[in-house]
Design a protein around this ligand. Structure first.
Ligand SMILES: [Fe+2]
Ligand SMILES: [Fe+2]
Length: 377
């Protein structure tokens, strides 16, 4: 999203500053080989410690499985409950108020959800919480499968909704994009570290809650009650997931505050990359950036949301008053506490810039939208 581009832009001068002259390369290469091996020893030790920490609160994970995740099967909601066949009376008319922009964002959200196998694979890369044989009975493996079973409903439901609106949606193009996204995979930079993984998911679940919630509000305003209800149910799931991941982080923070803050500093410095960044429909190489712009334009997910999420995490983990940090963690804590305001200012600056450079060709131009998004008819 926009904030990520801003961070990459801010980081550019730094990468130039660290360029070395050709003469200094051989010595630098030797030093980096030595430091690489001690770096990897250090990384293994850190991962080992993080694995031990996340396995020191099994009852918390177990209760997340039993109390945060909903009942499975009969007692749980299923996509068909919200979208029965035949669809409810007046279903087609409800779509009349849905703009192309909102439809595009909904399609992008659905594609993101449909790439679920990628996210379960990712969860299994975090050291200490792997599902080693596919049906492991550890609390972490049970959480991973239970979470996946809930997420699976989101893509199914949205896909079905869009399929029923095939008069406006080019489902083949959408399905191609899903397949491309899954084939490309996704690397948020967690590097097998469960701390980084759960910090990332704490952020990301809140982001998806906001996004689905806002699509639902816009749908409701447009009179599309079925879609509004669908989005509310999905956002409700994301809200529970968000709480669980954040509570796992609270446990880590209690046991290893310096390690947690160091990981969080690394995650936030790298920026939170969005799971659908590699989306591609086989035609538009800027598909993700075009999609993000539309989402931002209609207020579904904006740079201000990014800043709000950072603020929320600083608040719930009480980083402002956290004491007793070791090494460079105190410095990282200060950095993290200043981030939400920095993000907000960046968001404000970018919103003003956008306002100033608003051209006649906007995303509301139906012709432009159809050139960018083969998803819509
Ligand atoms: Fe989801
Ligand atoms: Fe979720």
């Amino acid at each position: 999203m926009t904030p990520l581009f801003l961070f990459l832009f801010l980081l550019l001068p730094l990468s130039f500053a660290f360029r070395i002259s050709p003469l200094s390369r051989p010595l630098f290469a030797l030093q980096s080989t030595i430091s690489r091996s001690s770096d990897s020893d250090q990384k293994i030790r850190t991962l080992q410690k993080h694995s031990e920490i996340i396995n020191s609160f099994p009852t918390v994970v177990e209760s997340a499985v039993n109390e945060v995740l909903l009942e499975t099967g009969e007692k749980s909601w299923q996509p068909v409950d919200l979208l029965p066949y035949p669809p409810p009376e007046g279903f087609e008319e409800q779509m009349e108020g849905i703009s192309d922009e909102l439809l595009i964002v909904l399609i992008g959200d659905m594609i993101t959800e449909e790439a679920l196998p990628t996210y379960q694979t990712l969860l299994n890369t975090f050291v200490g919480c792997e599902d080693t044989n596919g049906s492991t009975q550890t609390p972490w493996a049970k959480w991973s499968r239970g979470w996946t079973s809930e997420e699976n409903r989101h893509g199914d439901l949205l896909n079905r909704f869009l399929y029923l609106n095939s008069d406006r949606v080019d489902m083949r193009s959408v399905e191609c994009t899903v397949q491309h996204l899954m084939t490309s995979g996704f690397n948020p930079g967690a590097e097998q570290d469960p701390y980084k993984g759960f910090i990332y998911t704490s952020f990301q679940e809140r982001a998806t809650k906001i996004s689905h919630g806002n699509v639902g509000k816009l749908a409701s305003k447009a009179g599309a009650e079925t879609l509004a209800r669908i989005c509310a149910y999905i956002a409700g799931d994301e809200a529970r997931h968000e709480k669980a991941y954040q509570s796992f982080c609270t446990e880590i923070l209690d046991r290893d505050p310096s390690g947690f803050i160091t990981s969080m500093g690394e995650v936030m410095r790298a920026g939170i990359s969005m799971p659908a960044e590699q989306m591609y429909d086989g035609v538009n190489l800027n598909l993700y950036s075009d999609f993000s712009n539309v989402a931002q334009d209609i207020g579904v997910y904006t740079a201000f949301d990014y800043s709000e999420i950072a603020r929320h995490l600083v608040k719930i983990w009480e980083l402002e008053t956290l004491e007793g940090l070791e090494g460079g963690a105190e410095e990282e804590r200060e950095f993290l506490c200043k981030l939400p305001e920095r993000y907000r200012k960046l968001a404000e600056r970018s919103a003003k810039k956008k306002e100033k450079h608003q051209t006649n060709v906007s995303h509301t131009d139906a012709k432009v939208l159809r050139q960018q998004f083969k998803w819509i008819k």
